[in-house]
Design a protein around this ligand. Structure first.
Ligand code: 9MR
Ligand code: 9MR
Ligand code: ZN
Length: 512
């Protein structure tokens, strides 16, 4: 395909751009289902060299009437795509159901079809290096592996709660699961990972990654890795945040989370940074960090909001003064963006600082966008589709704050990229779109031979960081460094914290 479009289509009011490449004609036509040309647009302007192609970007936002269309240019045609009021409902539903498929410690029932399985990882877990055993069942498997890690869990929870905050109506339609109960599945597990002194264990997993088997077949010993201050800070922040979302429906649960957050925070006050590294003999995901200052900042901000207590507010003010606010990242390692996005609701100067921060971050991101509308060109990291969704969340927030259309358009372009406007022409959500990703590094999908739907691929990664990438992607440009092969964990794994920002972006954009 040499004309890339959002394969799930567009709402009437959305920005619509196609990326054309190769020696195409000077005119692009929009053709309806009856074969009639409804719009003709010039392919003008300079071609941009990007990722080994010469591309032209054509804006066809003038197309607003519902229908099914194809773009044509010379001999080339795009996939057919709809313009409709709600083109993403099913996909959003599937993106949320993905968390149900990732459930650990409980049955995934027959509604999951071939992916149904009995409760997995239910045994007690050994605390690393001790004879102590703890009950830490539950939560979601992190990704294509079966580890459960606090640091990325906090990001996933925060994104999903933001999605709910931005547009609860987006989650009205039926699926395997509902949003807040599903998030609770993770929160209940996180609570179990807290020690009596308030500190939080970094993760629970087996010593090494297992083969491509179903989760209940992984029966090696479960090991709880040591406490880290990043996990403890993330825990305090996400628990304090979550507490507000459950306060009406279940005040006791909300209070339990708030108290857990306070205990984690109190532990941190006197704790020197304890940054995680896999201890000897443990080889699963590391989620290491260089600093825990951002986790501490986020925790102070959330506790200030939830408790309305000056002591947390002042702590947040102090932490903020020491924070580099050049960008507002929403990663699993750098939580400054969550402090910024959440801190916007605080009163006084701190709230104002956070609002400014988010808008400035969006402005800076906008200076970096390329022909495909994304902010990364030279180097795409492992899980680049997460960064793209994260950028979309920041653009969305900036649009809501300022009303500036350029931010909305930028947010929409992140979505369009993920759903097809990218140089490999994939819809990066499994089983969706005309050319869906279908072979993720995801053990239940490999074990059954059937791809779980609704999972966002990590996407192009320029570092050639797995055997399949080395085999197939040598010499590829950054944006094309993707292979839909289950062996390529650095370009085609899936993750709860990659789905979560896409859920937030989509929910936000589908609100009014
Ligand atoms: O399956 C593992 C995946 O979840 C991780 O992201 C990845 C990198 O840590 O590692 C995968 O496991 C592979 C391991 O690192 C090396 N041996 C083969 C494993 C499965 O492909
Ligand atoms: O998402 C993580 C990515 O940012 C890192 O570059 C990569 C290598 O350390 O690890 C990714 O996280 C993996 C985790 O370690 C194990 N579960 C699967 C995660 C996604 O590949
Ligand atoms: Zn499990």
């Amino acid at each position: 395909m040499n004309i890339q479009i959002n394969q799930l289509g567009y709402t009437p009011g959305m920005t619509k751009t196609a990326v054309l490449r190769g020696a195409l004609g000077s005119e692009m036509t929009v053709v309806n289902a009856a074969g009639e040309t409804v719009l003709t647009l010039p392919v003008t302007g300079e071609r941009t060299a990007i990722w080994d192609d010469e591309v032209a970007v054509v804006d066809f936002s003038a197309l607003t009437a519902p229908g099914v269309y194809t773009l044509r240019c010379g001999e080339e045609a795009s996939h057919p795509f709809p313009v409709a009021e709600r083109p993403y409902d099913e996909c959003l539903n599937a993106l949320v159901d993905m968390f149900y498929y990732q459930r650990c410690g409980g049955e995934v029932d027959s509604r999951a079809g071939v992916h149904a399985h009995p409760a997995c990882h239910t045994g007690l877990a050994r605390v690393y290096g001790t004879e102590e055993f703890v009950e830490v069942s539950g939560g979601w498997h992190d990704a294509g592996d079966y580890g459960r890690y606090i640091v990325p869990a906090a990001k996933a929870v925060a994104d999903l709660l933001l999605a709910w905050q931005w547009n609860p109506a987006a989650f009205d339609h039926p699926g395997l699961t509902s949003l807040l109960p599903e998030v609770r599945w993770e929160l209940e597990w996180m609570l179990k990972m807290q020690r009596d002194d308030g500190a939080v264990y970094h993760k629970v997993s087996c010593a090494v990654f297992c083969g491509m088997i179903m989760p209940e077949e992984e029966r090696e010993e479960l090991i709880v890795s040591p406490v880290s201050t990043t996990a403890t800070g993330d825990f305090a922040a996400s628990m304090a945040m979550a507490s507000r979302f459950y306060a009406d429906a279940d005040p006791a649960f909300a209070e339990r989370m708030k108290q857990a957050a306070i205990r984690a925070y109190d532990y941190l006050k006197d704790a020197e940074p304890a940054l995680f590294r896999n201890p000897e003999g443990i080889h699963t995901g590391g989620y290491g960090d260089r600093s825990d200052a951002d986790e501490r900042l986020w925790a102070a901000v959330e506790l200030a909001i939830t408790c309305g207590d000056e002591k947390y507010y002042n702590a947040a003010v102090r932490a903020m003064a020491e924070t580099d606010r050049a960008f507002a990242p929403l990663g699993w390692g750098d939580m400054r963006g969550y402090a910024a996005v959440e801190g916007m609701q605080l009163p006084g100067e701190l709230g104002e600082i956070c609002r400014q921060w988010v808008v400035n971050a969006a402005r800076k991101l906008l200076e970096r966008v390329n022909a495909y509308g994304i902010t990364m060109t030279e180097r795409l990291p492992w899980g680049s589709n997460m960064n793209i969704s994260n950028d979309g969340m920041i653009f969305y927030q900036a649009w809501k704050l300022t009303g500036e259309e350029r931010f909305r358009i930028a947010a929409e372009k992140q979505l369009h990229y993920l759903l097809g406007v990218n140089p490999v022409g994939y819809c990066y959500v499994s089983c969706y779109g005309a050319q869906p990703m279908l072979h993720p590094h995801h053990r239940p999908s490999v074990a059954t031979g059937v791809c779980v739907p609704g999972m966002l691929s990590g996407g192009a990664a320029s570092g050639m960081m797995d055997p399949a990438a080395k085999e197939y992607l040598q010499g590829q440009s950054a944006g094309k460094s993707f292979v839909d092969d289950y062996r390529s964990y650095s370009t085609n794994e899936i993750c709860v914290y990659w789905n979560s920002p896409m859920v937030a972006l989509l929910a936000g954009l589908m609100g009014e």
